[in-house]
Design a protein. Structure first.
Length: 488
């Protein structure tokens, strides 16, 4: 059993001592600033809980997450804070191998000039913390991607110097809209700069060429993961209700990121790239796959010509209007020269010129020539983290519903360490309940908790599990009683 998503905490005094030695007091101050301001939306630093209701409405301050960690279960609180205790309790949880996501691993993204050194310090800290437990635990490396070169530098250090073998990235980076930034410079208008932005998803429409980064990822054999959410986006910006903002936000954020890689041709150019989209479930992966096929069928480069006004048979249209249109026309004259435009309506032709050449092919960069290409560039590279109590995982395995008889790559994610897992030992049993209830089959369960995660990591890096408990179990040697119980 492979757990693809365990969240661990760093014990603050130890972390700060490490960062102090790594980069001095300024780096510690930078760490404290980013950890203390992730959900502030005001320039004066007041968060949602420090504001009155009137202030929240005035500033449109989003309700931020609260009570997001397990506390009443004191044993679990200690478990995801102390590496040795977590290692000891893995068999109790039912996991043979777990990939760890420290809760602060991407916190440095908001650290400005300290972004890179702080990422490097945290990655180094986590590598040191968990090195002795590498046969069953591996922490991810947080990689900043404000520029491709920045990402490459931190990726190479994390893999080559620290020996880390999974990376975690944000699924997008906020960038200024240049038209607005030129008129309202950030130094003079910080609030305008804060709110007038777009999100670069590294694939389609990016002003940077991220291909060198993806090429380095494939070269080094690194699986990519993200927990990219959309809280704060339009429609997820309630000033009073956290659940309103939270439900579905990981699926929305990851969908935007994944579609950017697909439509930007990244998964075509780098067929060896493997990306896990965590915490959003797997049903949306099947949903998007279905709609990609549906839309390509209706709007591929040939089919889209069905909607080209130039292909209207004007003679036939005029004849039909003369025969059947008297009630519609009344006393109005029938003007042949504008007949097509008048039928379609002004709003149907908002563009100032007809599309030229490849502008009509939204699937061009993805290189889609047949339905199987969509499967190869959506289903093969993407893996979808589904948590223990998520019944919608059934959609991933429904090869009767999914086009081309596909089963989408659902991977088991306990999400231990977050509020949705009040008891560390419950997730695997909850997942098994779905088999007993007939929601998924025995084979689906095995794919979910082992085969798909195993493929995800080893397709990126065939040696991923070398020297680990997974290699030992698969070789059939030294299988202990507790692992036999887990497998049965």
């Amino acid at each position: 059993m492979i757990d693809t998503d365990v969240h661990v905490n760093d014990y603050t005094p130890v972390l700060e001592d490490y960062v102090q030695q790594y980069g001095g007091g300024k780096l510690v101050d930078a760490l404290r600033r980013v950890l203390g301001s992730r959900f502030n939306t005001r320039s004066d630093g007041k968060d949602w809980y420090q504001q009155t209701d009137a202030e929240r409405r005035y500033h449109r301050t989003m309700r931020s997450p609260w009570w997001a960690r397990v506390t009443r279960n004191t044993l679990d609180l200690a478990t995801y804070t102390l590496p040795e205790l977590l290692y000891e309790r893995l068999s109790e949880q039912g996991s043979d191998y777990s990939v760890l996501f420290p809760n602060d691993v991407l916190a440095p993204l908001g650290a400005g000039e300290f972004r890179q050194p702080l990422h490097r310090a945290l990655n180094h800290f986590h590598a040191d913390q968990y090195r002795r437990y590498a046969d069953r635990l591996t922490p991810v490396a947080g990689i900043p991607l404000n520029t491709p070169q920045e990402g490459i530098e931190e990726l190479e250090f994390a893999v080559k110097a620290l020996g880390l073998k999974v990376i975690n990235i944000s699924g997008g980076v906020r960038r200024p809209i240049r038209d607005v930034a030129d008129r309202y410079p950030a130094a003079e208008h910080p609030l305008v700069a804060k709110h007038a932005h777009y999100i670069d998803f590294y694939g389609i429409d990016s002003e940077h060429d991220y291909d060198p980064f993806w090429a380095k990822v494939v070269e080094l054999g690194v699986p990519v993961t993200t927990h990219y959410g959309s809280q704060g986006w339009t429609g997820r910006n309630s000033i009073s209700n956290y659940m309103f903002n939270h439900i579905g936000h990981f699926a929305d954020g990851s969908q935007a990121f994944a579609k950017a890689l697909f439509f930007g041709g990244v998964t075509r150019r780098f067929p060896g790239l493997r990306v896990a989209l965590l915490e959003g479930g797997a049903d949306w992966g099947a949903h998007v796959f279905t709609h990609l096929l549906d839309r390509w069928d209706k709007r591929n480069r040939e089919a889209v010509q069905n909607y080209n006004p130039a292909h209207v048979d004007v003679d036939l249209l005029e004849d039909l209007f003369r025969r059947y249109g008297q009630e519609v026309l009344g006393d109005r004259p029938l003007v042949r020269e504008s007949l097509v435009r008048d039928c379609l309506g002004i709003s149907a032709l908002p563009h100032s010129r007809e599309p030229v050449g490849d502008e009509t092919d939204d699937f061009l960069l993805a290189g889609i020539e047949r339905p199987e290409d969509i499967r190869a560039r959506w289903v093969d590279p993407f893996y979808f983290g589904s948590e223990a109590d998520d019944r919608t995982v059934a959609a991933a395995f429904n090869d009767k519903l999914n086009p081309l008889g596909v089963k989408v790559n659902a991977i088991w994610s306990s999400d231990v360490g977050h509020w949705d897992v009040p008891e560390l030992t419950e997730p695997l049993a909850e997942s098994r309940d779905l088999v007993d209830a007939g929601v998924i089959s025995e084979a689906d369960f095995r794919s979910w908790v082992f085969e798909n995660p195993y493929r995800f990591y080893t397709e990126a890096n065939p040696d991923f599990f070398r020297g680990t408990r997974i290699e030992t179990l698969l070789s059939g040697h030294q299988v202990s009683a507790d692992s036999a119980e887990v497998r049965s």
